[in-house]
Design a protein around this ligand. Structure first.
Ligand code: GLU
Length: 543
């Protein structure tokens, strides 16, 4: 489809520099380009801007590609898929930049500058001391007659190539889908360097060469590039190329209104993947950081995004990255999953749950009382990205994996316990680890004090009552039957439901917060459950 504003088939690109992993802001830029291409029936190009040899690495490129794949952002042209406008790595396009520069030389649109670094520094220092300050390179070498310049080059004098900004040019104008018509006075623009003394090319030059050669119709990128754009427009004009339509995206800020940084938690896509977020939720969430469908709709699945995305609804105001909202959204997507995909995604987290549970069951002490984490500790824990097998010996992990594979039905049975209660998959181990403790219990200190040791609560009696009910082999090991039996015995003894069941919950699950109690109990062995009650009772009440 062609875009009315450019009259050319829509072609957009995501152009990351592989100097780090795929940052949240970069991912959002990628999503907007991808969704726009899909909505317009256009082409989405991935171009790797690896011109900084010191900071670009192949490893980062690979990480970026995998992160794009994980998010489901398929590119039509670029690394691994090729395309007619390749190569798609800037480091392999030097010849094209040189050819374009040669054309600019022929057209008299550039000139060599022989000013040394020391001279430039001195000029800058002088200008800064004067009123008005430094206004860019003073164009000394622009006046050098062409024959003289050629002779100096032939003699091997070091030089750069600068763009000859047309002085009679009116304001530099361009259209931005977010900011509207932009206009910058030309006299504040100095003759920027296109090629450095060592023969390498500058970012503002190569990015335009590529966007022209790759026939980009729109340039959608972060607004940190806004100040580069008027300079780039001058390069388009010098190359005699059509200027694309721009869309500069608002900054993403952390919840404290400051630039998103490590302090706000994870900042790159890989970490979110490792923390168990769903790519669908991530894409939806990031799409809404600076864009909206109608100002209200929050759940916009991938297909709808690809259909309805438009540049006109991008916000100028910065966006706030609210991780709570992301968690909520992830939870919404989890609840939409069918059982099979849920189980497939949950598998590594099940393995971790089994591994942690097994580890606890090997402890020397049958009941291990652990301090309750503070709120801050809990928050920190929730934000941390840890390897799945953290604190799990390789052997335990291997056994846990085999267990999960051999007990698919048992793990399938946790689905109803989990699906309504999860915001992220990495919450699974903490929620169901207790199922795999065997006869052991990791007892939360606060739960012990508040529920079991609370004066006058009748916890000991309640626990004994429930134990007797659970020990009655005439009652089938099914949650309704067990629940009914416990409640009936409790009622006969005049105990309220909470007073009756909280001690049981703490004794069996180790905590006053747990998934539904009887549904959990039936997933364990009767003997283990009774042993846990006995172990906890002897530690807590007989001490
Ligand atoms: N490589 C640039 C960056 O990673 C993007 C350039 C552009 O989109 O024009 O910031």
């Amino acid at each position: 489809m062609t875009d009315a504003s450019t009259n050319r088939p829509v072609r957009v690109r995501f152009a990351p520099s592989p100097t780090g992993k795929l940052h949240i802001g970069g991912a959002r830029t990628a999503i907007y380009n991808w969704a726009f291409a899909r909505a317009m029936g256009g082409t989405f190009v991935l171009r790797i801007e690896d011109t900084d040899p010191e900071r670009s690495t192949e490893e980062n490129t690979a990480i970026i590609l995998r992160a794009m794949e994980w998010l489901g952002l398929d590119w039509d042209e670029g690394p691994e898929v090729g395309g007619q406008f390749g190569p798609y790595f800037q480091s392999q396009r030097t010849q094209l930049y040189q050819q374009a520069l040669d054309r600019l030389k022929e057209a008299g649109a550039v000139y060599p500058c022989f000013c040394t670094k020391d001279e430039l520094d001195a000029k800058r220092a002088r200008a800064e001391a004067e009123e008005g300050g430094y206004a860019g390179y003073d164009r000394t070498c622009r006046e050098i007659p062409p024959q003289e310049a050629r002779a100096r080059i032939a003699a091997g004098e070091p030089h750069v190539w600068r763009l000859k900004v047309p002085l009679e040019h009116g304001p530099v104008v361009f259209e931005d889908a977010v900011y509207g018509s932009m206009s910058f006075p030309v006299d504040v623009m100095d003759d920027m360097i296109l090629q450095r003394t060592d023969g390498t090319f500058t970012y503002n030059y190569v990015v335009v060469c590529d966007d022209v050669a790759m026939e980009m119709t729109h340039v959608i990128r972060g607004d940190d590039h806004l100040s580069n754009t008027p300079r780039q427009v001058l390069v388009y004009e010098a190359l005699g190329a059509e200027v694309p339509l721009f869309a500069h995206l608002p900054m993403i800020l952390g919840s404290n209104g400051k630039k998103l940084s490590k302090r706000h938690g994870a900042t790159n896509v890989e970490e979110y993947r490792d923390r168990g977020y769903l790519p669908e939720a991530m894409v939806n969430f990031l799409a809404l950081l600076g864009w909206s469908l109608d100002g209200e709709t929050t759940i916009i699945p991938r297909e709808e995004l690809c259909r309805d995305f438009s540049l006109t609804r991008i916000n100028k105001k910065h966006a706030i990255f609210d991780e709570k909202k992301l968690d909520w959204m992830d939870g919404s997507y989890i609840r939409e999953m069918d059982v099979e995909s849920f189980l497939a995604t949950a598998k590594p987290w099940f393995v971790r749950a089994v591994a942690l549970g097994t580890k606890a069951s090997c402890s020397d002490e049958a009941v291990c009382v652990v301090p309750t984490p503070t709120k801050e500790e809990q928050q920190e824990e929730a934000r941390a990205t840890k390897p799945l097998n953290e604190d799990v010996p390789a052997e335990t992990w291997g056994h846990a994996l085999a267990y999960v594979e051999d007990h698919a039905d048992r793990l399938r049975a946790t689905y109803p316990l989990l699906v309504e209660r999860l915001n992220r998959f990495d919450e699974i181990p903490a929620k169901i680890e207790f199922l795999f403790w065997g006869t052991h219990v990791i007892l939360d200190e606060k739960s012990r004090d508040k529920v079991l040791l609370k004066e006058g609560s009748g916890a000991e009696e309640a626990l004994a009552l429930c134990r007797a009910a659970l020990a009655d082999e005439s009652i089938p090991w099914q949650f309704e039957a067990l629940q009914e039996e416990c409640l009936a015995r409790g009622e006969a003894a005049g105990l309220k439901t909470k007073a009756l069941l909280q001690p049981l919950r703490v004794a069996v699950c180790g905590n006053m917060v747990s998934p539904p109690l009887f549904e959990s109990i039936v997933l364990m062995e009767r003997a283990d459950v009774l042993a846990r009650i006995d172990n906890v009772s002897s530690v807590v009440f007989d001490a």
